[in-house]
Ligand binder design. Structure first.
Ligand SMILES: Cc1ncc(COP(=O)(O)O)c(C=O)c1O
Length: 352
């Protein structure tokens, strides 16, 4: 039974956060214009800010990370091209097959270790029509995901991004980074975001995950890439009018919530270390690099989710024997402590 007296501890995702009062105030008082005509000053400011932070020439505000990735794939490729991505990547698993439906691309899947591809595997998967008597498609775009969601919030070391980019470019491929949680990766690896993405041709970042804005993603790249991406955004129906209201939430999020991501990482580690002591659960502690904890369960994950729900804790099952727990800006240390107690009680009830 759900206990409605308690504040729920929502560990389902970092997308569940709601804008705080200060963010809402910033949104209400945002200066706006018609962004389809390019004259919303708040959208322009957000785009410039993200482009500058990532060391790129220009940026484009989009409604979601999925649309950002779709626009990037469409801008970099032609129908009949192939994209190269990790086999558990969000772009491949969870974006409705947009690369095929919207860009007419096939996909070459690369195995990863906790979501992280190695440069040699990427190299092996890049196919070119030339020299294949026309049998192969042209591999045109390598896509990385940093942090890797299905990998458990794992990070690419900078030298691997550099090496993959070098391989991609040497084979006349572009490199797109799905950086929905790029700032988590930058903080965890102590890298400057601009250095991490130095050799990437485009990067999409999300404002509505750990950063806590209600909506939005920004795609960055060269000026000419963004000009073309602007046209594809229009065609996909992503041109928004007085979207400065939304962009203001994004600016607030970047200014107030970026450095605090470290707290989410600390709490994820605290949670993981505490749960690792509990019977019926197992956790690879060295896989906890940012704000996610993947837990393997002896009993079915669905029975854990149901029992946790009754104790005010929300989380998602991942397959039959895994749970995914995600920390974010609405969680305090005491919420982590409550979650751990709930897990302990359930473990005893389940007789583990
Ligand atoms: C790695 C990654 N990329 C892209 C997305 C898509 O973002 P959105 O939900 O804004 O479409 C997500 C969403 O969870 C994600 O985890």
């Amino acid at each position: 039974m759900k206990d409605f007296r308690l504040k729920r501890v929502d560990l389902r995702s970092d997308t569940v956060t709601k804008p705080c009062q200060d963010m809402r105030r910033a949104m209400v008082s945002a200066k706006v214009g018609d962004d389809v005509n390019g004259d919303d000053p708040t959208v322009l400011l957000l785009q410039q800010k993200v482009a500058k932070l990532l060391g790129k020439e220009a940026g484009l505000f989009l409604p979601s990370g999925t649309m950002s990735n779709a626009v990037a794939v469409r801008t970099h490729t032609q129908p009949g091209d192939e994209i190269i991505t990790e086999e558990q990547s969000h772009l491949y698993l969870y974006e409705g097959g947009g690369y095929a439906a919207l860009s007419g691309c096939s996909v070459a899947l690369v195995p990863g270790k906790r979501g992280i591809m190695c440069p040699e595997d990427v190299e092996r998967r890049i196919r070119r029509a030339e020299g294949s008597r026309g049998h192969y498609p042209n591999g045109r775009l390598v896509c990385l995901e940093n942090t890797s969601n299905r990998g458990g919030g794992t990070c690419y070391p900078r030298y691997i991004v550099d090496a993959i980019s070098q391989i991609a470019h040497s084979k006349d491929c572009r490199l797109h980074l799905d950086g929905a949680r790029l700032f988590n990766a930058a903080i965890a690896t102590k890298e400057k975001p601009a250095r991490m993405v130095r050799d990437c041709d485009s990067i999409s970042i999300c404002l509505s995950k750990g950063l806590g804005a209600p909506v939005g993603s920004v795609l960055v790249g060269t000026k000419s890439f963004i000009e073309q991406a602007h046209r594809w955004r229009k065609m996909l129906g992503g041109g928004m009018r007085q979207s400065g209201i939304l962009a203001a939430g994004g600016i607030f999020a970047l200014e107030s919530n970026l450095n605090r991501l470290e707290e989410d990482h600390r709490r994820a580690r605290l949670l993981g270390e505490s749960l690792a002591e509990i019977g019926g659960l197992s956790i690879e502690l060295d896989s906890i690099e940012t704000n996610m904890v993947y837990v393997e369960t002896v009993k079915p994950a669905s029975s854990w989710v149901e029992a946790l729900f009754g104790k005010g804790i929300d989380c998602f099952p991942l397959g039959e024997k895994h749970l995914r727990l995600v920390t974010h800006l609405h969680l305090e240390d005491e919420d982590i402590a409550r979650a751990v107690i709930a897990f302990e009680e359930i473990s005893i009830q389940m007789n583990q």
